[in-house]
Write a protein that binds this ligand. Structure first.
Ligand SMILES: *Cc1c(COP(=O)(O)O)cnc(C)c1O
Length: 375
């Protein structure tokens, strides 16, 4: 209404309505997560399968320790299943007791897999700086395909694999940090990956994600979101409440202001923040095991200098420090207050009914199609 189709909107405002996307909970819960489906059925009956409003019944149980322990046990089973899948398909051994942190979506600059890579390099530096300290083990999964002609996206996949080679093989970090790039991402691997996630990474630059649907699949399966105020993350946060989601970074208004007044100065942020400076430096300092020392200089340039005098339009370095802060907060909750963590996870499942595509289709019918439903 305000930008892309503004002229058309002014002529024809009635043509513009918005309907929140949904996902089918039959595939993304009943088929993909039989363990959680059985627990829900045992707890609230199986009515939720045909009537998405019944997910809310779960709210009566999220204060019961016995239920939360069962919820956690299902998550452990799903992590085990994913670990077996990754071993079978890629020969990688992962720690099933680590926190599973997942970013699964098309590879695109606006979705900021690059920011997650820089975060991992920050964690790497942090662990290297404290060789005698014990850290909560974390396994970070990326799953993504890049469009064949999208050269920078292909290079980010290279970077993910180089970062994985670095942290998975360093004696100081390998017990605490594992990075896995899931090959050949598609619906079948997503069905195994999503039910196993503790954290759902939704890192798009505010204003650029129309909706997102993996955010809905993850919440339904009891993953806690770390995300920007973008797309359907906004509605997820309204439904679960601010205490059950980890929101970070610039919102859309802030991004628009930085663009309008040209106040985004990545070079200054780089100078000011030592952790960021070190992580970005690793793109070109030779620490990453790749054939050419220049493999990632294009990414380095894009973060610091942008293109044709316009700074990085995805504001990676602007949001990175706040992302580092919120990830630490989420990690602390997971490690120090496991019961609170699983309560938050269960609240996410309980509030996910709204994101069933059944609701979406009913809204389409009410507002556009006006068909008579068939019983
Ligand atoms: C749900 C899904 C997507 C969409 O993911 P977003 O994070 O919402 O962009 C893409 N690919 C596969 C295989 C999916 O299952």
């Amino acid at each position: 209404k305000k930008q892309t189709f503004h002229d058309y909107y002014v002529m024809n405002p009635r043509k513009f309505i918005s309907i929140t996307n949904g996902i089918t909970h039959r595939r993304w819960l009943a088929v993909s997560n039989p363990g959680l489906t059985a627990l829900l059925t045992e707890t609230i009956g199986d009515g939720f399968l045909k009537d998405y409003t019944q997910f809310e019944k779960l709210m009566d149980y999220v204060n019961q320790e016995a239920f939360l322990e069962k919820f956690a046990a299902v998550k452990r089973q799903n992590k085990k299943r994913l670990a077996e899948y990754v071993y079978q398909t890629q020969g990688i051994v992962i720690n099933e007791d680590s926190l599973f942190d997942v970013q699964a979506k098309r590879l695109h600059e606006y979705k900021r897999q690059l920011m997650k890579c820089l975060h991992i390099l920050c964690l790497y530096d942090e662990i290297k700086a404290h060789p005698d300290k014990n850290f909560q083990p974390v396994t970070i999964f990326f799953a993504a395909k890049a469009s064949p002609g999208y050269i920078r996206a292909k290079n980010i996949i290279r970077l993910i694999n180089a970062v994985a080679d670095l942290v998975n093989n360093d004696v100081d970090t390998k017990d605490f940090l594992t990075v896995v790039f899931i090959e050949n991402y598609g619906v079948s691997s997503a069905e195994c990956l999503i039910p196993a996630a503790d954290i759902s990474e939704q890192l798009s630059t505010a204003g650029l994600e129309a909706s997102g649907t993996s955010n809905m699949k993850f919440m339904m399966n009891g993953a806690v979101t770390i995300g920007t105020m973008d797309g359907a993350n906004v509605e997820i946060s309204q439904r679960v409440g601010a205490e059950n989601i980890f929101i970070f970074g610039a919102d859309e208004a802030e991004i628009e202001r930085m663009k309008a007044y040209q106040t985004y100065l990545p070079g200054e942020l780089y100078e000011k923040n030592q952790a960021v400076r070190r992580a970005v430096g690793h793109l070109i300092d030779g620490i990453l095991p790749v054939a050419s020392p220049h493999q990632f200089s294009d990414l380095y340039q894009s973060l610091l200098f942008g293109k044709f005098g316009t700074p990085d339009p995805y504001f990676v370095l602007y949001d990175l420090p706040d992302y580092i802060r919120i990830f630490e907060k989420a990690l602390a909750k997971y490690t120090e207050k496991p019961l609170d963590w699983y309560q938050t996870a269960a609240i996410n499942t309980a509030k996910s009914g709204y994101f069933s595509s059944d609701r979406t289709i009913l809204e389409y019918n009410d507002q556009i199609w006006h068909l008579t439903p068939v019983e």
